[in-house]
Design a protein around this ligand. Structure first.
Ligand code: NDP
Length: 596
């Protein structure tokens, strides 16, 4: 640890930090909250268009399948794989994209990598006999792995790409779903799995004058290589004579900005809130470490990581990176290994102190890398560690030492003031640019049933959102009473983790096991009783993490509804490790309760 980071804080220093965090938060809170953004729809619809795969016209389909999976990202792919393992022959995969991959289909920007170690993030590695080349995998390697999973489990056999499901209606006599799509398809399906993701639709900042800008623009999730040249490894030669603006410094901006800086004549980075940027240290995967564990290495590493980052006790940290280090730091401070010089009063605030220390380390790192003190000051994040998604990069901060890069901080003006035909205005200063790249993130939960974009009608004509009028009602997050054979993936009334693919894999395993059991018993319906559903809702409301206090003190962002956090989270409080154990036990003892 750097000597400039205080080992402990006295009461005055703690109060000083709290005040600073509050002040920084307050100057970023906007009255328009989450409505400040513009949807990439209507006149901005071209921002969401698929630049990678041409849409092919086809005849509408009228037929019957055994199972339909909505979503071709990891949730859908894993569900498809587990349904195949369960013996499902007739399986239809549907996605609005032109191929499999989900977020890895859409996001192909230069520098794209997954910030979770590939050996725990990329699922089914041992099954595929594949070892990721790099510790933190580039996006294209992950996308190719998605395609590999689809081929291996024959998920390409019956796909509907560039297709959106528009309606699901249950037919109780036939015990199957009627499915309609925006391509005129109407077919029936015994089972339907919905895995439509949460961060799917690109969003744009609602900057006054955005529609009047005449230069070139695009969103990072639809990268325009025709304009920039190069590929995901960089070499954006088309920018050599261009003045470029990147708006946004979240997890995406941090990865994109070093590549744009390397190629553009001039780069202006428009920042509203700095990210916390920690050490990355990407390197080739060490095969010998995996060999030393032998078969089952991936499951062991995944469980180890999940245990660590959700606070469960493990003897060894097999991953040893920025994610597990922060979890470990907090756990050490909270359990036992406490510095005796820390006072009783301070002990009450140990988690806050651990957080303050980590963030001091992050700010100290900025000073040690960025040479211009004024720029360094602007790049320092003043909020608690998990208020925003932590980021990791060894290239981002040095970018600000380049002569062709200017950091434009917009915190005082609540973001960019306006756009003109030729550039971006912050306060009274106009920055003329040839191209604007929006690294401004995604709408939360815009797809799927909760958003209302996919109407679902169950038994006796009951709309799902009517059944859920006072909040989601499910057993274990998967299924609802009155809506047989319909499965939801996601963290709602289920589990959450920074390695969400692990959670999705457990969910897919569960769905596959339940379908296999139903088919082997000749059951036509998979459906929880009203009592079982109520009991799970009670469990969720008793255990769901009450993050409101923490989140409401956070700087605004999509984690806390731009400063307006939900009162309670919808997920299972004791966390994924306990939840997965609960599911395994439930499958062993209670599975017949939902089969008829
Ligand atoms: P974010 O929503 O995290 O970031 C959007 C950025 O745009 C923020 O810096 C935001 O500032 C800025 N912004 C928005 N409006 C304005 C405005 N009017 N003026 C100036 N700046 C503005 O989106 P990302 O695409 O970066 O990341 C989204 C998520 O995608 C991540 O949280 C992560 O879950 C996932 N992701 C994961 C990766 C991985 O490796 N696993 C890699 C990349 C993304 P402010 O913070 O002030 O709102």
């Amino acid at each position: 640890m750097s000597p400039s980071i205080p080992h402990r804080f006295n009461a005055e220093e703690l109060e000083g930090l709290r005040t600073r965090y509050r002040t920084e938060r307050d100057r970023r809170i906007r009255p328009d909250g989450a409505t400040q953004y513009r949807r990439a729809a209507g006149e901005f619809g071209y921002y969401a268009k698929d630049p990678y795969t041409e849409r092919v016209e086809r005849e509408p389909v009228r037929d019957r399948v055994e199972a339909t999976v909505i979503g071709g990202g990891f949730g859908g792919l894993l569900s498809g794989a587990k349904l195949r393992d369960a013996g499902v022959k007739s399986l239809r995969m549907i996605d609005e994209a032109g191929d499999f991959g989900g977020t890895w289909y859409w996001n192909r920007y230069p520098g794209i990598h997954c910030d979770i170690e590939a050996t725990v993030y990329m699922p089914l590695l041992e099954e595929a006999g594949y070892v990721p080349k790099w510790r933190y995998a580039p996006g294209e390697e992950i996308r190719q792995h998605c395609i590999g999973i689809a081929k291996r489990f024959e998920l390409y056999d019956d796909t509907m790409f560039h297709t959106k499901v528009t309606e699901l209606t249950w037919d109780d006599d036939a015990a199957e779903w009627h499915v309609k799509t925006d391509r005129g398809d109407e077919f029936t399906s015994r089972y339907v799995v919905i895995s439509s993701g949460t961060l799917t639709q690109p969003k744009l900042p609602g900057i006054p004058g955005i529609e009047g800008y005449r230069g070139h623009t695009f969103h990072t999730s639809r990268w325009d290589y025709g304009y920039t040249g190069g590929d995901q490894t960089g070499g954006l030669t088309g920018l050599a004579d261009k003045k470029v603006a990147v708006i946004g410094t979240g997890a995406t901006g941090i990865q994109v900005i070093p590549h744009v800086a390397e190629s553009a004549e001039q780069l202006f980075v428009f920042q509203r809130t700095p990210s916390s940027v920690d050490f990355r240290g990407n390197r080739p995967t060490d095969q010998s470490v995996l060999d030393s564990v032998g078969p089952g290495w991936q499951r062991e590493r995944m469980e180890n990581f999940l245990n660590l980052v959700t606070g469960a006790h493990v003897e060894t940290d097999m991953i040893g990176d920025g994610w597990t280090a922060t979890a470990k730091l907090q756990r050490q401070l909270l359990t036992g290994t406490i510095d005796p010089t820390i006072s009783e009063e301070e002990r009450e605030y140990l988690d806050e102190i651990a957080d303050f220390r980590k963030m001091a380390e992050i700010r100290d790192r900025v000073d040690s890398i960025v040479t211009d003190p004024e720029t360094a000051e602007k790049l320092k994040p003043w909020y608690r560690y998990m208020c925003k998604r932590p980021t990791f990069s060894d290239f981002y901060l040095p970018t600000f030492n380049r002569p062709n890069v200017t950091l434009v901080d917009t915190a005082d003006t609540g973001g960019i003031t306006r756009m003109t035909e030729t550039g971006i205005v912050v306060g009274d200063t106009e920055y003329e640019v040839d191209c604007i790249i929006f690294a401004t993130g995604f709408e939360v939960g815009i797809s799927g049933v909760l958003s209302g974009t996919l109407p679902v009608t169950g038994r006796d004509g009951m709309p799902l959102l009517g059944h859920w009028a006072r909040g989601p009602r499910t057993l274990h997050g998967f299924y609802s009473h009155g809506f047989p054979n319909l499965f939801h993936l996601g963290s709602m009334q289920n589990a959450a983790s920074v390695n969400f693919v692990h959670v999705l894999q457990e969910q897919a395993t569960h769905i596959g096991a339940v379908v296999a059991e139903a088919n082997s018993r000749g059951a036509k319906r998979i459906e929880p009783s009203a009592e079982a559903e109520q009991a799970w809702c009670d469990t969720i409301s008793q255990t769901a993490p009450k993050q409101f206090g923490f989140q409401s003190q956070c700087t605004p962002g999509y984690y806390n509804g731009e400063g307006n956090p939900r009162q309670v989270s919808f997920s299972f409080g004791p966390g994924p490790v306990v939840f997965h154990e609960l599911l395994r036990n439930w499958r062993a003892d209670n599975i017949d309760e939902i089969l008829s």
